[in-house]
Ligand binder design. Structure first.
Ligand code: 0FV
Ligand code: MN
Ligand code: MN
Ligand code: MN
Ligand code: MN
Length: 597
């Protein structure tokens, strides 16, 4: 049992906070009655008093590591890839690529070019060209089944994926008979592997009831696994990368970094595309650094790192999440805001999971609900710091939106934060009272406590949509999307963090609950949770197709990216958030330009 002495000296968490709770006696009795193993001695250096603490007064510690990057280090970061010369060079290259798009010639080369631009992370520079192209291609080849015989399987697959990505409906029947034709395929011609790879990637855009695509996924997965023995070079890298995780599940910025390096090594790549992709990567990274520095100054101003030392100090890691939502230059305010949001989420989460006593948490939740600065007097000092910091930051965000866009978002934000804290409290009550929920009961609450809904509520107001009526409509229509994304987020978080959480003491998470309910072993439970993630992706795909309106597209893409980012941050689910793996991603995505310093 570890007491954080630095906290005790920073904010005087005296015995007064314990005396505030008249019902602590009752809890002491009930915890004794349960023979509670968590009863510990609670001693404060500040007062030197030692008391026999009831369960609810045991302050746990997560023993989080200190931040890997100091404030001064973050503020000292800079990139040379800014300024007129780089912009001018990028513009010249952009014109050259526009010419390439116009002159691509045949359908296959055109589609491959669109795919490459996307994977290189520069398709956003050619949005209009690409959307015109896809529209023409859709009406000429994919919309009408009588035209399907004009294109071969590889083209069907490539087009199917690109068109579904962009919100066009191409039915699964375009792959009718695929299964029969591929029963005995055993040649490993390069063109075959490419074709099977494209069908494989297409199959991840399926909805729940699309069995043709389901079969296509099984067949291509098997084929590609076997092909690994027979292929090498860049096609080997492409196939093994795809088998690790399909393109549809990958975080765009991370994928681009990987793909640019592969594309350069691959023979026959366009030097213009390579140069533009690298230059753009580095120029965009320069923008990210400024966003990070901004967020880090906010973090310094909250003083939370010194006042609330029990919490995670993860400003850089939290910033990395926001690059997952969107890396585009026009999402700067979004990254700055979401970094603050993510920091406040992780801090509140630690208050509820690790540091707060149940009585304190009930009071805190009440204050959040009332959203009233007048009533914080009753809170312990560390919670005053916490609530006041949150209150100020949310008001700042609200004010910024009011001044720039002319509408008042406070009611939406207040509700989203209150819902989050209510869900946190439910988990704290389960834990402290020893209640074990059913998996379903848990998931209903855990889809909120994972913070997807609150983060995405903020994102609604950070897109380029400037009409409050349209945003309002988007909020209503994307409720299911938010729910599915949050479920994927929750399940991947549980795969990645629940072992540490069980050691520290926490409510049982999805894996442990599934094991309890079914008698499954841990590996079985993990594989069940992974299958649930796959199923949820299909629901999400369907919902993306249903909601499909121009003004919600941006939000839907950011939301989908949150699911992707969760899968990226937690890896295969055996690593913990904030560890060395993430450190290496920070260095590679954030601190190191592709073309060198
Ligand atoms: C989860 O932590 C956590 F803090 C996340 C996912 C932070 C990032 C948030 C956003 C980018 C919006 P933890 O595993 O402690 O959460 P639970 O809910 O399991 O306590
Ligand atoms: Mn929690
Ligand atoms: Mn937690
Ligand atoms: Mn927890
Ligand atoms: Mn967790």
């Amino acid at each position: 049992f570890i007491i954080d002495h630095s906290l005790l000296s920073n904010i005087s968490l005296s015995m007064a906070s314990i005396r505030l709770f008249p019902y602590s006696i009752i809890q002491q009795i009930s915890s004794l009655a349960r023979g509670n193993a968590y009863k510990r001695i609670y001693s404060t250096r500040a007062t030197g008093i030692t008391v026999d603490a009831p369960e609810s007064h045991v302050r746990r510690s997560a023993n989080y590591e200190p931040s890997s990057w100091s404030f001064d280090h973050i503020q000292s970061l800079s990139s040379k890839y800014t300024g007129h010369d780089y912009v001018a060079r990028a513009n010249t290259l952009k014109d050259a690529v526009k010419m390439m798009i116009r002159k691509a010639g045949n359908l296959l080369r055109t589609m491959e070019l669109v795919d490459e631009l996307q994977r290189l992370g520069i398709s956003y520079l050619f949005e209009e060209e690409i959307s015109n192209l896809l529209e023409t291609i859709y009406y000429n080849y994919y919309k009408f089944p009588e035209n399907w015989n004009k294109i071969d399987l590889n083209l069907k697959a490539l087009g199917f994926r690109l068109l579904r990505q962009h919100g066009y409906h191409v039915p699964q029947e375009i792959f009718l008979n695929f299964k029969d034709k591929n029963q005995n395929r055993n040649a490993y011609l390069l063109s075959d592997v490419v074709e099977m790879l494209n069908v494989y990637e297409a199959s991840y855009h399926s909805f729940e009831d699309e069995s043709i695509l389901e079969d296509a996924r099984d067949i291509t997965t098997k084929y590609l696994k076997e092909s690994l023995e027979k292929i090498d070079g860049s096609i080997f890298s492409l196939v093994s990368h795809a088998l690790e995780q399909p393109l549809h599940w990958r975080v765009p910025r991370v994928e681009s970094k990987w793909f640019i390096e592969l594309y350069e090594k691959k023979g026959g790549a366009s030097p213009t595309l390579i140069e533009l992709a690298k230059l753009d990567f580095d120029m965009v990274q320069a923008i990210h650094l400024e966003d990070l520095k901004h967020a880090s100054r906010w973090w310094r101003n909250t003083s939370w790192d010194t006042k609330l030392t029990f919490t995670r100090d993860l400003i850089v890691e939290n910033f990395l999440w926001t690059i997952g939502f969107s890396y585009l230059p026009n999402f700067s305010l979004g990254r700055r805001t979401i970094t603050k949001v993510a920091v406040m989420i992780t801090t509140l989460d630690d208050v509820y999971d690790v540091f707060g006593t149940l009585g304190e948490l009930e009071q805190f939740t009440d204050v959040i609900n009332r959203w009233d600065i007048e009533v914080i007097e009753q809170l312990p000092d560390y919670m005053k710091i916490c609530f006041f910091g949150l209150y100020n930051s949310i008001n700042d965000i609200t004010y910024e939106t009011l001044a720039n866009k002319g509408f008042l978002i406070l009611p939406y934000l207040k509700k989203a934060w209150a819902d989050l804290c209510k869900a946190y409290l439910v988990e704290a009550q389960w834990y402290h009272r020893g209640h074990i929920p059913t998996l379903n009961e848990y998931l209903n609450n855990a889809c909120v406590s994972i913070s997807g809904p609150v983060a995405l509520m903020h994102v609604h107001f950070l897109t380029s949509v400037s009409s409050i009526e349209e945003i309002q409509r988007c909020i209503e229509r994307t409720e299911n999307i938010v729910r599915y994304v949050s479920l994927i987020f929750r399940l991947t978080d549980d795969l990645g963090t629940s072992l540490g959480e069980m050691e520290r003491g926490d409510t049982l998470k999805s894996i442990q609950l599934y094991m309890r309910e079914t008698g499954a072993t841990e590996p079985e439970a993990r594989s069940y949770i992974k299958s649930l993630i796959g199923k949820t992706w299909k629901k999400l795909n369907k919902e993306r197709a249903i909601v499909n309106s121009q003004s919600s597209r941006e939000f839907i893409d950011y939301a989908t990216n949150l699911a992707r980012m969760a899968q990226f941050m937690y890896g295969e689910g055996d690593e913990d958030f904030g560890l060395d793996v993430i450190k290496s991603h920070v260095l590679s995505l954030l601190f190191t330009p592709i073309q060198g310093i």
